[in-house]
Each structure stands twice: as structure tokens, then as C-alpha cells.
Design a protein around this ligand. Structure first.
Ligand SMILES: Nc1nc2c(c(=O)[nH]1)N[C@H]1C(S)=C(S)[C@@H](COP(=O)(O)OP(=O)(O)OC[C@H]3O[C@@H](n4cnc5c(=O)[nH]c(N)nc54)[C@H](O)[C@@H]3O)O[C@H]1N2
Ligand SMILES: Nc1nc2c(c(=O)[nH]1)N[C@H]1C(S)=C(S)[C@@H](COP(=O)(O)OP(=O)(O)OC[C@H]3O[C@@H](n4cnc5c(=O)[nH]c(N)nc54)[C@H](O)[C@@H]3O)O[C@H]1N2
Ligand code: SF4
Ligand SMILES: [Mo]
Length: 705
């Protein structure tokens, strides 16, 4: 039977509306859905090709596997699900009896995906608060700042109605087709585009004002923009008086942050900073932020500066500004589930979350997603300090590639008593596991979530028959917990669902959404108000937007935004004269995904290092030549292909992330060779609020390979 089904592409967090063509239980084509209120027809090649190929490609894992021979020998035997889940329960119980429940850990992407919430709750059900997310490397600084400031504007920028769009560290041209479409429309109708980016990105090319800061110095510009708004009386005193806390202190803090001072820090001319501030003040203005100011050691304070700017300019929750998170009444999102009192461990256990003592706004019960501090977990695996972590379940992440210091991550994984990895195809993380589980792809899974771009509720249909014996995370977790509970080693109340449908029904049970109707439409719009500050309250201790943050103060941190140099920029080692930027997105790949796909490798065959031609000349490096990149604290080196371009400033070199070579010998599959995380350190220093390490602005040296 042939069907067309409205659905949502879940391959990345843009969540574009899609129309899938299904024949005989198989998805034969995926098109954009122009009717979807969030994406309105925007889409990308990853959704069209990448997703179908991970589902139907030759490398798809079809059955549970158990390793034969030594760990990492990459030799496997197929086993049944019962045998796999029995082995998993056995391995976890053994670690639990020997070292206690805290010795169990789980790794996933974060609470943006249902698997994040399921992983957190499954671990809790077994008595452990230790779940790892990759958000310290992703949007974690934004998340923590947003939480302590109380804005709740994660991705509600209303570019469509903005007069000015302020883009800071975002590259939607490659990373977010929906946002990029809106920005180009805004440009076409005459909105002013202001871009802060050290790289001449596609956004910088269309900008009315392009500010090119030295990496890691944006906070100084944010502070100066506030200084200008206040000095020129362009701030919104009515909003400030009624809805914010700490304005006097903030005004005093930014008083000395003149454009000239910010210029001396950032290298951006003062008149350009002044012009940017004035353009932003000509609201309504939408603040579009990205990964370029996240995942660094001053990331939270950088976001604090811009979040306070959004608040004092009156752009919060108004048309053309930054919308607060909206939802239908009663709707639960994944973060609500994680923080729901019904699914908590006793406080004394939750307090032992690894990293909660050092980063209470990140890890443990008061943290943004309650997850651990990853590098602390890696060390606990290797050293047993502060307590041992001996068994781990990894799903939906390829941490051997995507955490900095791949050598150490792999050593930690190899040192475990027991490791289970769920994946779609064999990868460097799965290859060192004891058990590998075949995961369903998002063509085979059902999800219901909020898309902040709409905003709307958006539905992902389980479109296709599951390939092989693949299962979704929730069924894996349920099977494991069933067995653990039978051994008296799990409490099913903390992760009570057995199927995706049961979980999705739980998310909507207190709304008047009808899942059947949602499934037939693919999305549901809902009524919401903007600027209803009395009704949609600010979730801070004072109930106001906290320019001066109580939660930062309680954590012993600076309660006001400020600029401090990143940890990496203070290295001052003359042997490493260049500055390394990592993580620039490519249209063809989603992090480490799709590296096995011929079309993607044809479009983007090699891991590149963008080098300014002057810099390259000084090193005798030609375009297309392979180079070696090393950093002072890295354990290894990364081999990249030089791409000469003056889009990057002299001395600043830029690469992507996520490279490995599925065709290379396992178990590393090139992860210690062409992966930039093989050249980086995860050992700190860290952002004091989010625990993030520097993944950009890192000193490096380059030589011909
Ligand atoms: N095709 C594709 N799309 C993706 C992804 C993918 O892997 N592939 N990943 C998804 C995920 S998980 C994420 S987190 C997002 C990330 O998407 P974005 O947030 O758009 O991040 P990047 O592509 O890393 O672009 C960051 C921009 O910040 C700039 N930048 C670097 N350092 C600084 C700095 O110090 N200051 C300023 N102002 N700018 C700086 C870079 O030059 C770059 O232009 O993309 C999502 N979308
Ligand atoms: N140096 C450096 N490191 C970085 C970054 C950087 O810019 N620089 N970026 C960071 C960022 S922003 C991020 S988000 C992380 C990404 O880090 P990861 O999340 O580890 O990266 P992915 O490649 O997306 O992970 C893919 C794995 O998830 C599985 N998978 C894919 N889809 C699904 C699914 O629907 N369900 C399940 N269960 N599994 C699935 C795939 O099989 C694959 O094994 O990397 C971070 N690491
Ligand atoms: S941007 Fe591409 S991969 Fe991401 S949701 Fe949209 S179509 Fe899917
Ligand atoms: Mo990310």
C-alpha cells in the first residue's frame, strides 16, 4: 500500500516538517512539508538523503551483537534480544552489587530528544544519577544563562517581524535551513542584519554590519552594547522597572564598558560596536545565537551579557524580538520530565551526581538538565575517584569521536567492566563495547515535541517497518529495567513506560491535544500570548528577569555579566602561535553521522582546515596539502587538509568536527587520526557555571603532515 504521511524530520533539532512517501512499510521518499508552520518548506539534504541511508544502507546494524575475543578486537557474534538484555542486566547488576548503584552511568545527547529523558530516568530507576549529555559541548552555556536569567527564550527568535537581527556565533546557512530562510527573507524586506563572527560566514556576507571579534571576546561587545543603550537612553525602563531585578548593579557594571574598551578587547572598531548597538536599539530586534559563543570557558557569562541586553532593550517576548517558550496548557517537554518530582532519586543520592559539587548549576538536582560533568565521569572511570564508575550504557552519541580527547575517552571506555552501546551502524564508540544494540532510526520511531520556531507541537510518525531487529530506546530501557527489577535492582516507577506511545501519551495527557489528530496533520498550532509576564512567570528566585542573578551568587559566581578571557587564550605558549576554531558545520554531515554515505563523502570528501593565505604562506603550506594540528594540552594530533581562504583572519584556523573513517581499520576507524577531538583536551579549565571546556579559541601549531 502506498501512503503519504505528514511527519517531522528528527535528524537534527531544526525539526522540519516533512511528507514521507511510504510503500510496503518502507520509506521511499521524503519531501519538505510547505504547510508546516515552523519550517514552511525549508529542508535539507540530510533529511532527504542521510536519514534514508542510515535506515536502509548496507552498514545498518540488524541484530544485537556480543563481542568475541578481547575488547576492541571488533569481532562479534549475533545474539537474540533476550540474550542481549539478560547480559546487560547481568553486567549492570554485577557492577551495582560490587560498587553500588552510583557506579552505573549512561550517555546520550541531552533532553532535546526523548532518548535523553529516557536515559536519565532509566539510570535513576537503577539508583544512579549519573547520565552524561553532550550539551556542555553544545548549547549548555546558553541553557545555563537562560535558566539563571529566567528568560526561557531558547529558540524563539522572531526573525520574521524583526527590524534588526543580531546574529552572534551562528551559522544557520549550514546548521539551520529554517532560520536561514527567515534571515534571507528579513534581509530582502530591508531588515538590518548585524553579525558577530570571526569568520566571514555566509551570514557575514549578507550582513549590513559585520563585526569580527577575536574568538572568545563577544561578551565585551555585549556589555558595550548595553552601555550604549543606557548612556543614550534607548533602554526600556518601563520593562526594567516592572520585570527585572538588579538593574542598578548592571548599569554600574557596564558603565566602564565603553565601545572603546570593548574595541581594545575584541579588535572590533569602536564605531562599529556603536553602530551595532544603535541598530539593535532600533527594535524590534531578534537575537539569534549559536554555538560560536557556546562550549567555551566564558560561555555562560557571554550569554549572560546578551541575555541581559535582550531584557533591558525590551525585546523579550514581543513581536520581532525573542519569544519565550510557549506550549499548550498541560504539555510536558522532556526537561519537565527530567525535573518532575515524581521521577527523582532521594536528594542525598542526587547530590552525588558526578560534578555537582563543582558545577551545581550544571550537574545534579539544581542543574539545567541534572546531568553529570562528563570529564569528571571519564576521570572516575579511569581513577575510581571520587568513586568508581564501572558500567555504562551509551545511546545516540558517538562519544569516542565527539568528546574532546578521544584517546582518553577510549581508554576510559576500554577500562570499564561492562559497556553497552546502541547505534545504527558500527562506530568507534560501539566498537569497544561488550554488547552492541541495533537502534531504530527516526523513520521508525514516534515522537511528539514542541517546535519553538512555530511555535507548534510537532509529530514524528513511526513511518516504516523496523529494519532488522532494531528497537527504540524506550523499549531497550524497559527490557533492561524489567530484568533489573526482577533482581531487586531497579524501581520501575522512575521509568514506568514500555513503549513510545505510552510515553507520548504521558507528555500530552493533561492537554486537549488528540494524538490521532496530531498524527494525521503532522503538527498542531496552539494559541499563545506574548508579553504576558504576570501569567507566564519568570522561573527565578525573585520571579523576575535576573540581571543580577541570585542563582549565580548562590553558586559562588559573579551575579552580573562580565567579560573574562577564556582559559585557552591564557595559555601563552609560543610553541602554539595560532588559534584553532572547531565545530564549523557542514551541510552534508550531522556531527559524526553519514560518514559512511557515498554521496556525502563525494560532496565533502576530506576534513578541512581553513587557513588564511598569509598564514599558510608563512608555513610553506599549499592549498590542498595535508597538515598536522596539535594543541598544548592535547594527547595527540589531527590530520586535516589545508583550505586556503581569507574568510578566516590571519592566525585563526577553522575546522569542523565529527570526522572518522568507517572504511579504516577498527576499532578506531580513523577517530585518532582525522578527528579534531584527538588533538584537544577535556581536562579543563572549565566554565565555572556550565563546566564547559574550550572547543574554540584554542592555541595550536600546524605543520606539514
Ligand atoms: N548540517 C549540520 N547542521 C547542524 C549540525 C551538524 O552537525 N550539521 N549540528 C547541529 C547542532 S547539534 C548544533 S549545536 C548546531 C550548531 O550550529 P551553529 O550554532 O550555527 O554553529 P556553527 O556551525 O558551529 O557556527 C558557529 C559560528 O560561530 C562562529 N564563531 C566561532 N567562534 C566564535 C566566537 O568566538 N564569536 C563569535 N561571535 N562567533 C564565533 C563560527 O565562525 C561559525 O560561523 O548545528 C546544528 N545543525
Ligand atoms: N571539538 C568539538 N567537539 C564537539 C563539537 C564541536 O563543535 N567541536 N560539537 C559538539 C556538539 S554541538 C554536539 S551536539 C556533539 C554531538 O555529538 P554526538 O551526539 O555524539 O554526535 P552524533 O554524531 O550526532 O552521534 C551519533 C550517534 O548517535 C546515533 N543516533 C543518531 N540518531 C539517533 C537516534 O535517533 N536515536 C539514537 N538512539 N541514536 C541515534 C548514531 O547511530 C550515532 O552513533 O558533539 C560535540 N563535540
Ligand atoms: S535541517 Fe535537515 S536534518 Fe535537520 S530536521 Fe531539517 S531536514 Fe532534517
Ligand atoms: Mo550541538
Amino acid at each position: 500500500m502506498n501512503r503519504t504521511v505528514p511527519t517531522t524530520c528528527w535528524e537534527c533539532s531544526t525539526c522540519c516538517g516533512a511528507i514521507a512517501h511510504v510503500e510496503g512499510g518502507r520509506v521511499t521518499r521524503i519531501d519538505p512539508n510547505p504547510a508546516h508552520p515552523a519550517s514552511r518548506g525549508a529542508f535539507c539534504v540530510k533529511g532527504i538523503r542521510g536519514l534514508a541511508e542510515i535506515t536502509y544502507g548496507a552498514t545498518r546494524l540488524l541484530h544485537p551483537l556480543r563481542r568475541i575475543g578481547e575488547r576492541g578486537s571488533n569481532r562479534w557474534e549475533e545474539i537474540s534480544w533476550d540474550a542481549a538484555l539478560d547480559a546487560m542486566a547481568e553486567g549492570f547488576s554485577a557492577a551495582r552489587s560490587k560498587h553500588g548503584p552510583l557506579s552505573l552511568a549512561g550517555a546520550t545527547g541531552g533532553a532535546f530528544f526523548s532518548r535523553g529523558a529516557i536515559m536519565a530516568l532509566a539510570l535513576r530507576a537503577m539508583g544512579s544519577p549519573n547520565f552524561l549529555i553532550n550539551q556542555d559541548l553544545c548549547g549548555g552555556c546558553r541553557g545555563v544563562s537562560d535558566m539563571v536569567t529566567g528568560l526561557a527564550i531558547q529558540s524563539g527568535e522572531d526573525v520574521e517581524h524583526a527590524k534588526t537581527v543580531l546574529m552572534v556565533g551562528a551559522n544557520p546557512h549550514a546548521a539551520n535551513p529554517v532560520q536561514w530562510a527567515r534571515i534571507k527573507e528579513a534581509k530582502a524586506r530591508g531588515a538590518k542584519i548585524v553579525v558577530l563572527d570571526p569568520l566571514r560566514s555566509e551570514a557575514a556576507k549578507i550582513a549590513d554590519l559585520w563585526l569580527r571579534p577575536h574568538p572568545g571576546t563577544d561578551a565585551a561587545i555585549g556589555l558595550a552594547m548595553m552601555q550604549v543603550l543606557i548612556a543614550e537612553n534607548r533602554h526600556d525602563m518601563a520593562f526594567i522597572d516592572q520585570w527585572t531585578r538588579g538593574y542598578e548593579a548592571l548599569a554600574e557594571r557596564v558603565q566602564d564598558w565603553t565601545p572603546e574598551r570593548a574595541a581594545s578587547v575584541s579588535g572590533v572598531p569602536a564605531d562599529l560596536i556603536l553602530a551595532a548597538a544603535r541598530a539593535y536599539a532600533e527594535g524590534p530586534s531578534a537575537f539569534v545565537s549559536g554555538h560560536g559563543i557556546d562550549a567555551v570557558t566564558n560561555g555562560v557569562q557571554t550569554f549572560r551579557a546578551f541575555h541581559c541586553l535582550v531584557a533591558i532593550s525590551g525585546n523579550l517576548d514581543r513581536a520581532g524580538g525573542n519569544r519565550r517558550a510557549k506550549r499548550p496548557r498541560g504539555f510536558r517537554n522532556y526537561l519537565d520530565v527530567i525535573h518532575d518530582p515524581a521521577f527523582q532519586l532521594p536528594p542525598e543520592v542526587a547530590a552525588k551526581t558526578l560534578g555537582a559539587d563543582r558545577f551545581p548549576l550544571w550537574a545534579g538536582p539544581k542543574g539545567w538538565q541534572t546531568a553529570c560533568h562528563n570529564p569528571t565521569v571519564i576521570e572516575a572511570m579511569l581513577t575510581g575517584q571520587p568513586y568508581p564508575v564501572r558500567a555504562m550504557y551509551v545511546s545516540g552519541v558517538n562519544i569516542a569521536v565527539t568528546y574532546p580527547n578521544s584517546q582518553r575517552t577510549l581508554a576510559a571506555l576500554r577500562s570499564l567492566d561492562f559497556l553497552v552501546v546502541a547505534a545504527h551502524s558500527m562506530n568507534p564508540t560501539a566498537a569497544v563495547a561488550d554488547i552492541v544494540l541495533p537502534k531504530t532510526t527516526t523513520l521508525e520511531e514516534e515522537d511528539v515535541s514542541i517546535n519553538a520556531h512555530g511555535p507548534c507541537v510537532t509529530w514524528t510518525a513511526a513511518l516504516a517497518a523496523r529494519v532488522g531487529e532494531a528497537r527504540p530506546d524506550i523499549e531497550i530501557a524497559a527490557g533492561l529495567l524489567e530484568r533489573m527489577a526482577a533482581r531487586g535492582a531497579a524501581d520501575r516507577k522512575l521509568m514506568p513506560w514500555n513503549t513510545q506511545r505510552e510515553f507520548n501519551e504521558f507528555l500530552v495527557k493533561d492537554t486537549n491535544l488528540d494524538l490521532g489528530k496530531l498524527a494525521s496533520d503532522g503538527y498542531a498550532e496552539f494559541d499563545y500570548a506574548q508579553g504576558d509576564f504576570a501569567k507566564q512567570v519568570f522561573k527565578t528566585p525573585s520571579g523576575k528577569v535576573e540581571l543580577w542573578s541570585q542563582r549565580m551568587a548562590d553558586a559562588g559566581l559573579d551575579p552580573l555579566p562580565d567579560w573574562l578571557p577564556t582559559g585557552a587564550s591564557q595559555e601563552n605558549n609560543p610553541a602554539y602561535p595560532f588559534t584553532l576554531q572547531t565545530g564549523l558545520r557542514e551541510k552534508t554531515y550531522h556531527h559524526s553521522r553519514f560518514r559512511e554515505q557515498a554521496w556525502a563523502r563525494k560532496v565533502s570528501p576530506d576534513p578541512l582546515l581553513k587557513i588564511n593565505p598569509d598564514t599558510a604562506r608563512s608555513l610553506g603550506i599549499a592549498d590542498g596539502e595535508w597538515v598536522r594540528v596539535e594543541t598544548p594540552r592535547g594527547q595527540g594530533a589531527c590530520r586535516l587538509k589545508a583550505s586556503l581562504t581569507d574568510a578566516t583572519a590571519p592566525g585563526v584556523v577553522v575546522t569542523g568536527m565529527g570526522w572518522w573513517l568507517p572504511e579504516s581499520p577498527g576499532p578506531e576507524f580513523g577517530a585518532l587520526e582525522v578527528n579534531i577531538n584527538a588533538a584537544l583536551s577535556y581536562a579543563g579549565p572549565y566554565d565555572p557555571a556550565s563546566g564547559s571546556a574550550d572547543t574554540r579559541g584554542v592555541p595550536c601549531r600546524i605543520s606539514r603532515a
